[in-house]
Design a protein around this ligand. Structure first.
Ligand SMILES: NC(=O)c1ccc[n+]([C@@H]2O[C@H](COP(=O)([O-])OP(=O)(O)OC[C@H]3O[C@@H](n4cnc5c(N)ncnc54)[C@H](OP(=O)(O)O)[C@@H]3O)[C@@H](O)[C@H]2O)c1
Length: 240
């Protein structure tokens, strides 16, 4: 049974991805910063008959929390097949002016960029024990520098100084990590779930989280000939 860890799995796209991977026969560790919310999410899955899951307390912005999570995980398993870096925040929209705007951007980067590096680095030794390790960095199409040059693109006006650049930075981490691991069996990709109705956007998104989860899960279950170091959405490859 393949083992997966998903950060920010107590709700939204992370929760639905956990559900979908469980349905595909994975064992899923739900990384959740709030243990009570994590326990409630696990209880919901188990009530639905999806019992191969448990919560790991994990705040991606807290080095001690990530260290404890890895210790807890190593007590349970010697191998991790899949890491989905899903935890993310939008930050304040519109961003405040001045120093408050900088603090907002720092908080967003702490979760969406530095949190991913922290968690991934800490889990690489367990992932390296897997025959076909897969890492999915949950990104956003709005992070595409190329598409931001195209006035006809639907998200052309969505230009901020926190969320969007945090995902652009995350995309380069995908490129860098995939390059570092290019001579191994790892597949590392950035994947955009699409504009999805979740708490992140007060449910203004148009896609259902259960559908978006399938896009993320597809790249978590890539075959050996699958791509690495690339950026995808539901329609396929997206330009950086
Ligand atoms: N929804 C969209 O339209 C959309 C589009 C493109 C990309 N995305 C990306 O998809 C991912 C999931 O977003 P979502 O829409 O499902 O949002 P969501 O419903 O707000 O869920 C976000 C999850 O991340 C967790 N989280 C936030 N900060 C964390 C931290 N420091 N440590 C651990 N977990 C943390 C949250 O935990 P708490 O419950 O404790 O807050 C929650 O479980 C994000 O990376 C987002 O940027 C979403």
């Amino acid at each position: 049974m393949k083992k997966a860890l998903i950060t920010g799995a107590n709700k939204g796209i992370g929760f639905e991805t956990a559900k979908y991977l469980l349905q595909q026969g994975h064992y899923v560790y739900l990384g959740c910063r709030n243990p009570a919310l994590g326990a409630a999410a696990v209880a919901q899955l188990q009530t639905a008959g999806l019992t191969a899951c448990e919560c790991i307390t994990l705040d991606v912005t807290d080095a001690a929390s990530v260290e404890q999570a890895v210790i807890a995980l190593k007590d349970k398993t010697t191998v991790l097949d899949v890491l989905i870096n899903n935890a993310g925040i939008l930050g304040q929209m519109p961003a405040p002016e001045g120093e408050a705007g900088i603090i907002n951007a720092q908080q967003v980067f702490n979760t969406n960029y530095f949190g991913v590096i922290r968690v991934t680095s800490a889990l690489l030794p367990l992932l390296q024990q897997a025959a076909q390790p897969r890492i999915v960095n949950v990104s956003s199409e709005t992070a595409s520098l190329t598409l931001h040059q195209q006035p006809a693109w639907e998200y052309y006006g969505f230009k901020d100084a926190a969320y969007v650049p945090s995902k652009t930075a995350l995309n380069f981490y995908t490129i860098a990590l995939a390059f570092q691991l290019k001579d191994t069996a790892f597949k590392v990709n950035s994947v955009c779930p699409g504009f999805t109705a979740t708490d992140l956007n007060n449910h203004t998104g148009v896609n259902k989280a259960s559908d978006s989860a399938k896009i993320i899960a597809h790249y978590a279950m890539l075959e050996a000939d699958g791509p690495s170091g690339q950026f995808f959405n539901a329609a396929g490859s997206i330009p950086w």
